[in-house]
Design a protein around this ligand. Structure first.
Ligand code: GAP
Length: 439
């Protein structure tokens, strides 16, 4: 049956609220614009996206180590990185209705999308996207600090610390997942562009002559990550940036784009940042940020390849890609065909009825599987409705305990996509699920 592209956005936003993926932040106070809270299943999806990224970027590699740097940072970092001067978007105001827009995102730069007025915009002025606050009780310019607008800088400023403590040598990487903050002029499209969001970034330090090769390597590797987690081939593309699109630090950038309901848009940028950041911080701090090979005596400033993805944006893309509607026995079944590694719950334990004699064995089954996987337990409503509920949040396996279980010590395992059911002895259940829920 499939889902109409025009309707997909509203359906996913609606599902997010209805099933507890994403809530509008401060909703009871009327909502805080473009800020979102992740609900009981949303937090699991987001964690799974981050865990899969960490697994592929850190756990399964010996050339990448992790970091968790501070969010609050002194102006000196952002002065050196160029963000104080360059991290700006062109802002225009409509003289008629007072609305503000990012000039470079306007469909028609002479027409206000708010009120339709023509040629009503002010001259564009550069608006810095960093959030500024004050550290300590005194609110003056000496106490100014910034919330990081990217996680990357913590990895550059810790370059020597990591090099000395991890005993790595180029090519090697530092990976980090964490919150970033940008005072976006036009946040929107649900969690696609927000002022507070999570990033998954890796800085890969390489010998300067090898940077083009590593850039290609990471573009390929990162595309594979999305595909391997079940994202459809047709939903993804790699787009090379034109030279006038490049960030102030980049020599080459390619974006991994997803086919969102409003068109192709960025999921991740892979940039060749050259030695820009290490040089800037070395100059500004007076500390050498170089690699010194004690064996060969070689000394150089590594170049950096940076795959930078948004965790919150990626979680939303996986939701949109997985959402499906099927007709089953004359009824519409909403199903999230998420790869099991991303599914919030891997297993739902469902007693067929609320009768006491089924509750105890159901709890025993739950105790058996819960230490291995995130499980949901639900004893309300008819079993068909509970299956649909689990389909809608993407649970790959439902385990049903029925009256026969009391006799044969077996349960029914239903698989989400095929809806096939297997009868499995309870003492083989963990092994049965383990062979299917591979990490
Ligand atoms: N360190 C490089 C960097 O930050 P970026 O392209 O500005 O590059 C990387 O950001 C990723 O972070 C983007 O591809 C996007 O997925 C995510 N991202 C950026 N701004 C965002 C926002 N306002 N809301 C949600 N995600 C955002």
């Amino acid at each position: 049956m499939g889902v109409n592209r025009e309707e997909l956005f509203d359906k996913v936003v609606n599902l997010s609220k209805r099933r507890g993926f994403v809530f509008q932040s401060a909703e009871i106070y009327g909502g805080f614009r473009s800020t979102y809270d992740y609900g009981p299943v949303g937090v699991l999806l987001l964690r799974n996206v981050k865990e899969q990224w960490w697994r592929s970027m850190v756990q399964l590699r010996q050339d990448v180590v992790g970091l968790d740097a501070a969010i609050l940072s002194p102006p000196s970092i952002w002065e050196a990185s160029g963000h104080l001067t360059n991290f700006t978007d062109p802002l225009v105001d409509c003289r008629e209705c007072g609305s503000r827009f990012r000039q470079d995102k306007l469909e028609d730069p002479n027409s206000c999308p708010g009120c339709g007025s023509k040629s009503s915009f002010t001259e564009a002025r550069q608006f810095n996207l960093m959030f500024k606050t004050h550290a300590g009780p005194v609110i003056d310019s000496a106490a100014e600090v910034y919330l990081r607008p990217e996680t990357a800088q913590g990895m550059f400023t810790n370059f020597t610390n990591v090099l000395n403590t991890s005993r790595k040598k180029p090519p090697f990487g530092i990976a980090q997942i964490g919150k970033s903050f940008r005072n976006e002029i036009t946040p929107g499209n649900f969690v696609f562009r927000t002022r507070e969001f999570e990033q998954m970034e890796m800085e890969y330090f390489v010998p300067p002559d090898d940077s083009d090769e590593w850039f290609e390597y990471w573009c390929k590797k990162r595309m594979e990550w999305y595909l391997n987690l079940g994202m459809k081939n047709d939903s993804l593309r790699l787009r090379i940036h034109e030279s006038d699109e490049l960030s102030h630090y980049s020599r080459a950038t390619s974006d991994i784009e997803f086919s969102f309901p409003w068109g192709w848009d960025e999921l991740e940028g892979i940039a060749n940042r050259t030695d820009y950041d290490l040089n800037q911080h070395a100059q500004a701090s007076g500390n050498k940020l170089e690699y010194n090979d004690s064996g060969t005596g070689e000394r150089y400033t590594p170049h950096v390849i940076e795959p930078a993805a948004g965790a919150t944006r990626t979680a939303m893309a996986f939701l949109m890609d997985a959402y499906d509607e099927e007709e089953v026995n004359g009824e519409v079944r909403n199903v999230l065909k998420l790869d099991h590694r991303l599914s919030p719950y891997k297993v739902a334990v469902l007693p067929l009825s609320k009768k006491d004699e089924l509750i105890e064995p159901s709890k025993e089954v739950l105790d058996l599987v819960q230490p291995h996987w995130m499980c949901d337990y639900d004893q309300t409503q008819a079993i068909g409705r509970r299956y649909r509920r689990q389909d809608e949040i993407g649970t790959p396996y439902c385990v049903t305990i029925d009256f026969e279980t009391l006799e044969d010590k077996a349960v029914t395992v239903r698989e989400r996509d095929s809806m096939n059911q297997d009868r499995v002895p309870i003492n083989e259940l963990v092994e049965y699920l383990s062979s299917r829920l591979v990490p």
